[in-house]
Design a protein around this ligand. Structure first.
Ligand SMILES: Nc1ncnc2c1ncn2[C@@H]1O[C@H](COP(=O)(O)OP(=O)(O)O)[C@@H](O)[C@H]1O
Ligand SMILES: O=C(OP(=O)(O)O)[C@H](O)COP(=O)(O)O
Length: 393
């Protein structure tokens, strides 16, 4: 059922509690990627222009209910003010009398950023008392934190039980794009799954077999499939508990007529580092004490060809250890193929997005999702609690 959005409600003069995902990467106090902040600007500007009193709330890192000085949102407030082109009032806490007074002082169009909501013990416990305290600050709840929509926390889910609750424009865009991609996909639809989180990704592959025409496997996931087929994989990453499941996916793909591709050649290394010795081998040639670290040139070509012919491509997880240059060619080839295909491309997952940025190809993709875990859970077909709690249209 579709959810009400911020466009469907009256916001002028209202106090609006907007949950955003400002969980951005920071090194030495500097924000190294401000994508998640930039992506919320349409919602914030929409509310400012309509004359709402905007109260922003976000988590930042995992402080586990304690105040952690390095996890204050102060650098985020400065970055937001710069990107928004207007001043942002920064609160030192996220609930209580001081915040109430700050909210009472807001004029229409003002923006207040609350402190990290995870400094409160009740946030991750979805404590109704905390949800109520957040709700008392506002007349309306807007959830724009797609990246945290898979979390049922006080500021993402609990608050929606106390005041009217609608989606923000980023949330709406993410759900629309991912929903269209998965519910009524343009065909051929190619799903590319790589990375190292074998357990997490296996569940996604199962759902993809029901909807995709081509499933391309790469990265650390590949070796569980190769081993399941009886190949020697040396010291490569593997999940020995998922071998039977992996084999059943290959069978299921055959039954369903899904073109399920596993690497046909591999870059192997004798150790994990830029100074490793490497070789390109076939799937039966992995030496016992070497590990698979990237897809090989034949696989790159094969995958690029499938991507070029696709109408829709959803990519989650790098093809190899792209952070180390000699092992980045597979991921680069897939990113390049996604950048040049005429099909619609959706990139989900922090590392695939980071790789795409690194290769300066991000602006050639159709949709870079702001959610890693959230987009995966969505692709698995799971309901996202932060969305379920919003008011239906
Ligand atoms: N063959 C491999 N062996 C070990 N690690 C790999 C391999 N291929 C890719 N990786 C690693 O997987 C990580 C990304 O995995 P993951 O978190 O599952 O992806 P994402 O964040 O895109 O969902 C990267 O750090 C990459 O170096
Ligand atoms: O960065 C996030 O996760 P992601 O890297 O899976 O997208 C989200 O902000 C959620 O954070 P959490 O996994 O600490 O709940």
């Amino acid at each position: 059922m579709s959810k009400k959005s911020v466009r469907d409600v009256e916001v002028a003069g209202k106090r609006v509690f907007v949950r955003v995902d400002f969980n951005v990467p920071v090194e030495n106090g500097q924000i190294t990627d401000d994508t998640r902040i930039r992506e919320t600007l349409p919602t914030i500007k929409f509310l400012v222009e309509k004359g709402a009193k905007v109260i922003l709330a976000s988590h930042f890192g995992r402080p586990k209910g304690q105040v952690v000085e390095e996890l204050r949102l102060t650098p985020v407030a400065a970055k937001l003010a710069e990107l928004l082109g207007q001043s942002v009032i920064k609160a030192d806490v996220s609930v209580g009398e001081i915040v109430k007074a700050q909210v009472d002082a807001l004029q229409n169009g003002d923006v207040l950023l609350l402190e990290n909501v995870r400094f409160n013990e009740g946030e991750e416990k979805n404590d109704p008392e905390l949800s109520k305290a957040f709700a008392e600050l506002a007349d309306l709840f807007v959830n724009d934190a797609f990246g945290a929509a898979h979390r049922a926390h006080a500021s993402t889910e609990g608050i929606a039980h106390f005041i009217p609750a609608v989606s923000g424009l980023l949330m709406e865009k993410e759900l629309d794009v991912l929903g269209k991609a998965l519910n009524n996909p343009e065909r051929p639809f190619t799903a590319i799954v790589g990375g190292s989180k074998v357990k997490d990704k296996i569940a996604v592959i199962e759902n993809l077999l029901n909807i995709a025409d081509n499933v391309l496997i790469g990265g650390g996931l590949s070796y569980t499939f190769l081993k399941a087929q009886g190949h020697e994989i040396g010291k490569s990453l593997v999940d020995n508990e998922k071998l039977d499941l992996a084999l059943s996916f290959i069978e299921k793909a055959k039954e369903k007529g899904v073109n399920f591709l596993i690497p046909v050649d591999i870059v192997v290394a004798d150790k994990f580092g830029a100074d490793a010795n490497t070789q390109i081998v076939g799937v039966d040639g992995i030496p016992a004490d070497w590990e698979g670290i990237d897809i090989g040139p034949k696989t790159r070509e094969l995958y690029a060809d499938v991507i070029a012919k696709s109408k829709l491509v959803v990519w989650n997880g790098p093809m190899g250890v792209f952070e180390i240059e000699p092992f980045s060619h597979g991921t680069r080839a897939v990113a390049q193929a996604c950048a040049t295909t005429e099909g619609y491309t959706v990139i989900g997952g922090g590392d695939s997005a980071a790789a795409t940025e690194k290769f300066h190809l991000a602006d050639q993709m159709n949709h870079m999702s702001t959610g890693g875990g959230a987009s995966l859970e969505f692709m698995e077909g799971k309901a996202l609690p932060g969305v379920v709690a919003l008011n239906d249209k």
